[in-house]
Design a binder for this molecule. Structure first.
Ligand SMILES: Cc1cc2nc3c(=O)[nH]c(=O)nc-3n(C[C@H](O)[C@H](O)[C@H](O)COP(=O)(O)O)c2cc1C
Length: 199
């Protein structure tokens, strides 16, 4: 069973994030091929990156104890999902900071994105795809975009994400592909470490 960490990418009071988080937890519980753990940035408050050296020069070690704890937590997972809010056409600062606050622990692992907002956070997700490629991750093509209509349907009319069948299908496809890549890369990482090659 693949160990998947789900990073909750916004922290403000009244955040919408809790709605997709709960829905993703429910979707994951119905599956036997992955175990989803919520990594809430509220519970893992990270200082803004302020290291004296780039992580790539420092061997991925941080001087900041909270970043050290975060990167060790990230190292426990084989794949990731991130909930993505779009702030001013980009990702939230807390989520970008969370990516900057670990290094080797991200490498050679897949990540999937679940965005919401006017255009389902498509612009923020595109930005994050470049970020995670630089971290040597494999971003999954299948994403979930909760755009204006379902977003307002939920916030203003009390609807649920399950009322939107295309979103339920997107969630399933996203998990399917995340598990495929997660298992493939996990096996490849194990082969590499057995042969003694550098990761
Ligand atoms: C600072 C800020 C900037 C925002 N900018 C955008 C934006 O560029 N595009 C968009 O679709 N929604 C934007 N929104 C609206 C968010 O999509 C909406 O508030 C969403 O619920 C934010 O996620 P959160 O509730 O998890 O924080 C913005 C919201 C905030 C707070």
């Amino acid at each position: 069973m693949l160990k998947v960490g789900m990073i909750v990418g916004s922290t403000r009071p009244n955040r919408f994030a809790d709605t997709p988080v709960q829905w993703l937890v429910e979707g994951a519980q119905a599956r036997s091929d992955l175990r989803l753990t919520v990594l809430d940035l509220r519970d893992n408050p990270l200082p803004f990156f302020n290291e004296p050296a780039p992580p790539s020069y420092a061997g991925g070690v941080y001087t900041e104890p909270k970043a050290e704890a975060w990167r060790k937590r990230i190292g426990e997972f084989d794949a990731f999902v991130a909930t993505v809010a779009e702030y001013n056409h980009g990702p939230t600062a807390v989520l970008k900071n969370a990516f900057d606050s670990a290094f080797v622990e991200w490498q050679r692992k897949p990540i999937a994105f679940v965005g919401y907002g006017g255009v389902g956070a498509a612009r923020a997700i595109e930005t994050l795809r470049g970020v995670v490629i630089e971290l040597q991750m494999a971003p999954i093509r299948q994403e979930v975009n909760i755009a204006m209509e379902p977003y307002l349907g939920i916030v203003q009319q009390g609807r649920s994400l399950n009322d939107y069948e295309y979103l339920v299908q997107s969630r399933g496809a996203m998990f399917d592909h995340l598990v495929w890549w997660g298992e493939a890369l996990k096996a490849a990482r194990q082969r590499t470490s057995e042969s003694g090659a550098a990761v």
